[in-house]
Design a protein around this ligand. Structure first.
Ligand code: GLC
Length: 437
């Protein structure tokens, strides 16, 4: 407790120095907003979506309030769907709302939120030393035009979960290729060991874009050209990827309902024992091993994603994750900064990774859990091959929507894959043209 208190005081001192150093910044908030760490009692609001579907947010708040007794944090529960979450916040903040003070937001938001003034540029308020401890790539990903907008909170990566009991019973290999996953699935389905082979995220939303960039990269394709100025999804590689995704459904390896599945529905099917394989983020491991949610406790293995036959293994995992951002209209910026620093600090990062299977953003905590944790996901984080979504453009929400709406129609069989890709490419180009790129 004493150590925590001292760490807190040191943190505030660094913060004060950082603030003094940038007091003349042109984007300093108006005088009505206090940027000093509070000395009296303050209440702030934190908008955060349910993390890993368990009581993690309340637990983190309790630990923070114990370390900083003069700051009370009221939780505002945000929608689980990242798109709905984003549109609620953009409406509120662009309308000038002072609450929430702090919001947990997706790693794909910095360009849009930075370009539109919907998040405070944290690098104007926090010293460089605050940003130097994060794992490579996270701060760059949280930046737009040279300013950092998000404090890295937890990282997500796509993983393949499998029923190790069934693979071993029927003597089947853990698939490293998509083709093998189909063969394993068909065998297990023919033995009535499971209803479905593979469940994933096929609904018309951001989660489908994540699954899509993985298949697309496995097939050798990309969303945009190298310069990031034009769509490249109308390609033979993209057609291979989308045709394969549709074939998962037509062959019965994936249920037809996968076109309505977000993460929770895919996870529920797997945790109910209905599917042999699941694509999900790191946190799914904790859920699958939680007896109150899952019938497959102790029966789940995790591996890097598969790829197409003939490609180097492993396959690609989409980069996901969440940062904490500050509402530029907040009246409590000093307290907000203390809170987001704590959320990105060692105590919070250790809780997130050891109790909840989230990938820590601090390099030091990541290294510590990789060696000490018995958690199977954290052990293989370093073995994945990552692919980022092209969220460096403020038009990313439209770029992604152009993909997931058209891909979803092709998955449902309403349009052929080739037309879906042609339409997506033309819509992406319109969205990019709107940004003047
Ligand atoms: C996870 C990822 C996030 C992604 C979302 C899609 O929450 O962390 O980056 O956008 O899933 O559903």
């Amino acid at each position: 407790m004493k150590a925590r208190h001292l760490a807190g005081v040191a943190g505030v001192a660094v913060l004060a120095l950082g603030l003094a150093a940038c007091g003349s910044s042109s984007s300093s908030p108006p005088a009505t907003q206090s940027t000093a760490a509070p000395t009296g009692p303050v209440t702030i609001t934190w908008s955060a979506s349910p993390i890993a579907q368990v009581g993690i947010r309340a637990y983190l708040i309790k630990q923070f309030e114990a370390a900083y007794p003069n700051i009370t944090v009221n939780l505002v529960s945000a929608p689980t769907n990242t798109d709905t979450n984003r549109s609620t916040l953009t409406t509120q903040i662009s309308g000038g709302a002072t609450s929430p003070d702090v919001f947990m937001g997706d790693v794909i938001w910095p360009a849009q939120f930075g370009a539109k003034g919907l998040a405070l540029p944290l690098s104007d308020y926090l010293p460089a030393s605050f940003f130097s401890g994060f794992a490579p790539g996270l701060v760059t990903g949280a930046s737009y035009k040279g300013k950092v907008y998000g404090a890295p909170f937890f990282a997500d990566q796509g993983f393949l979960y499998y029923r190790k009991d069934l693979l071993s019973k029927y003597n089947l290999p853990v698939p490293t290729t998509w083709e093998q996953l189909v063969t394993d699935s068909k065998t297990l389905q023919s033995k009535n060991a499971v209803k479905y082979g593979y469940v994933w995220q096929g609904a018309s939303y951001e989660g489908l874009t994540c699954d899509w960039v993985e298949f697309l990269a496995d097939a050798g394709g990309s969303v945009l050209n190298t310069a990031g100025t034009k769509a490249s999804v109308d390609s033979p590689a993209a057609l291979k990827a989308l045709t394969f995704m549709r074939s998962l459904i037509t062959s019965g390896v994936s249920p037809a309902g996968v076109t309505t599945f977000q993460e929770p529905q895919a996870m529920q099917a797997f945790d109910a024992g209905d599917a042999a394989f699941l694509r999900n983020w790191d946190y799914a491991y904790a859920n699958a091993n939680n007896p109150s949610d899952s019938k497959v406790v102790g029966k789940v293995g995790v591996a890097p994603m598969p790829t197409f036959a003939g490609q180097p293994t492993p396959g690609y995992s989409a980069v996901g994750g969440w940062n904490n951002y500050i509402n530029p209209h907040s009246k409590n910026i000093g307290a907000d900064l203390v809170f987001i620093k704590w959320l990105s600090g060692t105590d919070s990062q250790t809780i997130l990774s050891t109790k909840y299977t989230e990938i820590p953003t601090l390099q030091s905590v990541r290294a510590a859990v990789a060696t000490s944790s018995p958690n199977a996901v954290l052990k293989i984080v370093g073995q994945t091959k990552l692919i980022a979504r092209p969220s460096f453009t403020p038009a990313y929400p439209q770029v992604s929507q152009s993909m997931y709406t058209n891909l979803n129609s092709a998955l449902a069989g309403s349009v052929p894959p080739s037309s879906a890709l042609a339409t997506a490419a033309s819509q992406i180009n319109t969205a990019l043209a709107g940004t003047g790129l």
